[in-house]
Design a protein around this ligand. Sequence first.
Ligand code: TYD
Length: 210
Amino acid sequence: MQTQQFSGKFIVLEGTDGSGISTQSALLKRYIENKHGKKVLLAKEPSEGPIGTLIRQVLTHRVQGIREESLTLMFAADRMDHLQHKIIPALEQGALVICDRYVWSSFAYQGIKIDEQWILETNKYALKPDLTIFVKVRPQVSMERIRQNRFQIDVFEQEVILKEVMANYIKIKEAWGSQGENILELDGEDTVENIADRISKKVDSLLINK
Ligand code: TYD
């Protein structure tokens, strides 16, 4: 991945479906705006751009017959498009970007069927985050939360799949952690307030030690 050299900071949240990362992303945005008075872009992948929109249609079965190899490339293409049109312009202006899912999601989800090396290669030009927050929830707890909160369940939201996703997340966390990546790992079964508190403390130190 490419080291980012813009004046802003790039923070990514990762976790299985039902891990609460969307809630935490929104809380973090409010915290940074209030406490640090910084401009924040709340981003999400798959993005709201043209490729991300198509991906969502595949995930909800509105579009059918797309193989996992093609989907892997679509996620990588969406990421490059998202970086070019949203993330990089915000970082250039000195804003803080919070992205709900990023490259780790491709390793965790597409990694079930697709070779790791190929995922790495197709994400080679993606920007490296300044911090990755990994929120860990047991697959059965994730599934329980999804059942309670959703009317529509997408292709990856089944317990057996979530177990594989979690195993891949742990693999990538260990590999990239040992390569010096800045990672904050949290217990997603803790209260929303406690998780938010730990995230804000870590982000405080990231913004102070710049
Ligand atoms: P999700 O965050 O669940 O979106 P929503 O809140 O709208 O349901 O993301 C959609 C799915 O996309 C999720 O199951 C994970 C999957 N995904 C991948 O498989 N690979 C990727 O690279 C990304 C970014 C997401």
